[in-house]
Design a protein around this ligand. Sequence first.
Ligand SMILES: Cc1cc2nc3c(=O)[nH]c(=O)nc-3n(C[C@H](O)[C@H](O)[C@H](O)COP(=O)(O)OP(=O)(O)OC[C@H]3O[C@@H](n4cnc5c(N)ncnc54)[C@H](O)[C@@H]3O)c2cc1C
Length: 286
Amino acid sequence: MDVPPPGYLRAVVERRLDVADDLAVFWLRPAEPLAFRPGQYVTLAMPAGRGVVKRAYSVASAPHEPLVELVIEHVPDGALTPVLWPLRAGDAVWVRRKVVGHFVLDAARTRHVMACTVTGVAPFLSMLRAHVAARTAGETADHRFLVVHGASRSAEFGPYRAELARLAAEGWVIAVPTVSRPWADPRWDGEVGRVEDVLRKHLDRLGWLAADVAGYACGHPQMIETVLGLLRRARVDAAHLHEEKYFTVGEAAPAVEVEAAPPPTVGRRPGAVVLKTAPRPADPEA
Ligand SMILES: Cc1cc2nc3c(=O)[nH]c(=O)nc-3n(C[C@H](O)[C@H](O)[C@H](O)COP(=O)(O)OP(=O)(O)OC[C@H]3O[C@@H](n4cnc5c(N)ncnc54)[C@H](O)[C@@H]3O)c2cc1C
């Protein structure tokens, strides 16, 4: 670990928090500070076998924070995460100096609909933490955020459930954690079900104007397809729909289910986001 590959720096693990058997938060201190925009991703590298394995990780921390925070899921048959998993405070990893990515806040819109599965919350945390700093400095317009965070069980929300709840208490974030396996989580009293279904319910209730909305989906590829399809049908402009897919699934993935239309809502503002399945407006990607 002494000589990083070209373009990479040594980064020391300052702290690690295991939030579930296969999920941990790592705080890294790179040899030099990294410049990035909230929502972008770093590339980590480690020697593995006779080569070096490199993988992308969204940064959860905001640019003004001193450590680079990453939320990582252990993929047992993966190439990099089994090598990362034994790392503890004081150990080192390589991180690419250049941080990249297009999954950043869509500043042209003021209503931000954010959907994520488990580790996919990371880029949204970075955007929200940066937004907190901008709000404190009085440097931002009136933005609102709906964040639907899905996981199998509530332990997978880690420290972020409380963090998002704190922002929600300030009134500019609507934070909705949802679990898909409530039977494994008997004390859970929050939302239950898939991200796309829960998001649909809350978005319909909010009645935001489609022309104000930017949509973002991050994490599991199938959730992303469903959420972005749903937002397109709600007439959110495709130019304001953003995705960050963490991996790809094989062709055997189950088909996306289409839900029944919700009951009509009375007194909605013209142009508000209303989610319908029938009749279905033109879907640019159908
Ligand atoms: C832009 C971007 C940002 C990312 N950010 C994060 C992040 O913040 N946190 C994070 O944990 N991962 C993130 N990923 C995924 C990450 O880059 C790795 O793919 C992941 O950690 C697995 O790496 P691996 O080498 O252990 O497994 P690989 O050898 O890459 O994968 C082995 C197999 O597992 C599948 N797989 C990979 N990840 C998952 C998963 N989470 N669930 C189920 N199957 C999976 C792959 O499709 C492949 O079939 C991101 C990916 C991208 C493209």
